[in-house]
Design a protein around this ligand. Sequence first.
Ligand SMILES: C[S@@+](CC[C@H](N)C(=O)[O-])C[C@H]1O[C@@H](n2cnc3c(N)ncnc32)[C@H](O)[C@@H]1O
Length: 258
Amino acid sequence: MSETQNEWDIMANKYNKVFRPRFVPVYNEIARLVAVNNCETVLDFATGPGEPALTILEQTATNKVIACDGSAGMLQYLKKAIVPEGKELQIQHLCNDKDIQHLRSDVVTCSFGIMYNSNLANLLALFKTCAPLLVCSVWAHHSTVPFLRIVKSASSGTLTDQYFETEDASFSLWNRDKMEAILKAAGYEIAEYNLVELPMEFASPKDLMEFCEDSEWFTGPSKEEALARAKALMQEYFEGTSYKMNNHAYVFVAKKME
Ligand SMILES: C[S@@+](CC[C@H](N)C(=O)[O-])C[C@H]1O[C@@H](n2cnc3c(N)ncnc32)[C@H](O)[C@@H]1O
C-alpha cells in the first residue's frame, strides 16, 4: 500500500461522491457471482468506502464480510454504514498487504483494487491463502473507459492519444489474455470473465473532474485549464450536453488450481 495511501485518503470524499454511485453495476455483478458460488463468508480487499462489501451483505445470503483497505479516509464511510440485521461486517485497516494472510473466507472480492498494487504476484499469493475463489473487477481496454481517459488526460495536461498507450496500471489494459496469464502464473484459472457496462452520466465536466482536483493526479495544468481540457475532450466524445459515457469493466471469477 504505502505510497498510494495518502492519495486515497485525499480522494476518499470525492471518490465516495462521484464514483461509488456510478460503479453500482459492477458491485451488483460481484454480488451476483458471490451468490452463484454460495459463498458464506467474504473478504473484500481494497473495499474503499465499502462496496461491494455492503452490496454483498444486502443482496446475498452471505453472513459475514471482512472489509479491508489501506486508506483510513476511505474506511470512515464504511464505518457509518448500516449493516443488514443478522449479518456481520468486520472492518480492517491494513498497514501492509500481509495483514490479510491470517484471514480466511470462501472468496476474496476486489473491485478496482488489484491494479494499484505494485507486486500483484505477491498479492495473488496472499489471496490464495485466504480463499479458494477470487471475484474481481478490472477495467477493460483503455479505449472503452472514457471517463478515466478524460480525467487522466485533462489532469496531466496531455491531450494526445499517446498518453493512453502507456502501461499505466490504473487504466488496466488487462484484456482477458493478459489477465489469464497473470492468474495462471499465480496458480489460478479463470472460470468466468464478464463484461459489465457502466453508463455513467455527468451533468458537467466539473462533476467529473472534481474527483481528483485535490490529488497528485493533477500534475500539469491549473484547475481551470484542466476543466477546459476536460470539457473539450467530453465534447469530442458526446453530442449535446448530457455527458453520458459508456464505460466498460470486467468482472472475473478465478479458481485456485490444486
Ligand atoms: C478505486 S478504489 C476502489 C474502492 C472500492 N473497491 C470500489 O470499487 O468502489 C481503490 C481502493 O484500493 C485501495 N488500495 C489500493 N492499494 C491497496 C493495498 N495495497 N492494500 C489495501 N488497499 C489498497 C485504496 O485505498 C482505495 O480505497
